[in-house]
Each structure stands twice: as structure tokens, then as C-alpha cells.
Design a protein around this ligand. Sequence first.
Ligand code: PLP
Length: 295
Amino acid sequence: MNISLDIYSPVQQIKNELFAGKGIEVFIKRDDLIHPIISGNKWRKLKYALKQAQAQNKTHLVTFGGAYSNHLLATAAAAAKFGFKATGIVRGEEVQNDTLFLCKLHGMQLIFTDRDSYRDKQALFNSFFGHDEQAFFIDEGGASAEGAKGVSELVDELTDTYHHIFCACGTGTTAAGIINGLTKHQLSTQFNAIPVLKNGGFMQGEIDRFLTSPTAYSLHLDYHFGGYGKTTPQLIQFIKQFVADTGILIEPIYIGKMLYALYDLAAKDHFAPGSKILAIHSGGIWGLLGMKDKF
Ligand SMILES: *Cc1c(COP(=O)(O)O)cnc(C)c1O
């Protein structure tokens, strides 16, 4: 099957008293609407990997993730849609949850592995599928140069220019892809990366390894709310208010943290009056299922 989807990802303005009072305009790019399961940046990151697999006549996608990984779920759904078999190698002891249920529903086979073995993904791939001519390796989170290439196409879709773009970071591939897109279009937009992990300074190296040319950007390290998958009552309150005010669904693992950062910086006069700011809604709303008890 031809690996392409019509991308439906409109840009919408978010209006409220905070932004009006600061004289700034804030927009959100709805990558969450690209596909109900293969959410946002995961679709963009998988696109060229799937094309590569197809070109090499590989029929079996093998990838990696934690038990709540949006990437595992996106790969399961993309494999089903485009006619691949899929295996997910899951970090940690065997568990059941909503994400893994949906992975299995899309036909993904799951292999649980202990945390030590999980560190060396290539070794795991070789031990399970080294003899499978059909198997195709996709790294955890879709982190790769092809992944960044797919994401850079987001910038091709923009019909306006912005002073700032905001994006949540896990592996940094999405951030690198957008920065590469800005470079390609010779845009001077300030890119703002929000690592969702604690001690996110290492994200600079992760982003830089996929940049097509060295570029300056801002890393905001203080919006991890305790670390990956962690929340605080303050963050949850912000998310409830945001969803109720805008009708745009967001979750606490990525988008809640990124938007909290944007609102907080706006309140602290970080943006000059007249600034136009674009936030990337990279999707991930199935992540809400694992966080219901926090609300
Ligand atoms: C996976 C994910 C990210 C992180 O993307 P990276 O390319 O790994 O930095 C951001 N937002 C959402 C919704 C995600 O699911």
C-alpha cells in the first residue's frame, strides 16, 4: 500500500485575556488531528521509515517502547494500515494496560523484556529477529534522521510566519525536524523546546545529532513537573482549565507541559508585545488513559 496520508493539521488561534493583555497572538497546529491512533508527530516520524521498509521489501516492523508508549501504539496502527506485521518489544515485566490493549487489537505481537536487556536495542533485535529476513528495525520513539525528515515537512505546511514555535521533547527528533524545516525555509523563528524529562539538558545533544546544520534554539528545562510521566496538581488543574476553555484535548505527558510553559512564559512577559507564537499539538491523547487516576 502506498505510504501516504492526506495530512489534516489546521492552525487555530487560541484567544484569552492573558494573551490579549500581553498583546501576543498564540496559535496551535493540530497535528493531533492527523490520525485518531497514529497521532501527530508519530505519523510524521514513521513515514520515511515505513517507506524505507517497503523499498527494502521488509514486511515486519520491530520496534521498542515502554508500556505506555505512544510510539508503540502508532507503529501498531500504521503497520495494520499499511500491511505490515508488527512486533513491539516492551520494557519491563509483563503488564496489561489500555495502550497495550490497543497495540494488540491492531495485531501487534508484544515481547516483554527486562530493563537491563532493554538498554541494547540492536542486540535485542538481533537475538529475536536476526534470522528474520523480513524484519525491519525502528528505534524507540522513532528516533532517527528519517524521523526528523518526516517532521520537517510540518514547516512546509505553514502559510504564516511566527516569532516563536513551541514543541514538547521526548527523544528530540520532532524538535530537530522542525528546526531543520525552519532552516530549509530560511525562517528566523525562535524555536522553543520543552523537555518532558527531568534534567533535560542532555536534550541538546539529542536534538543536535539530527540537525542538518548547527542552529541556536531555546531549551526550557523547568517544565518537567517531576520527570517523565509525572504530574502535579497544578499541571492537572491547568489541563482541565485548558480543555474546558478551548475544546482541544491535551494530556499531561507532553502537551500539557509544553502549553503550561507557554502560558507561564507569557504571564512572565517573556514575549515582546506583537509576538506571534505557534504551539505544536503533537497528539498523544491516548496517554490520558494511563493517567485517569490523576484527574
Ligand atoms: C512522542 C511524543 C513527543 C516527543 O517526540 P520526540 O520526537 O520523541 O521528541 C511529543 N509529543 C507527543 C504527543 C508524543 O507522543
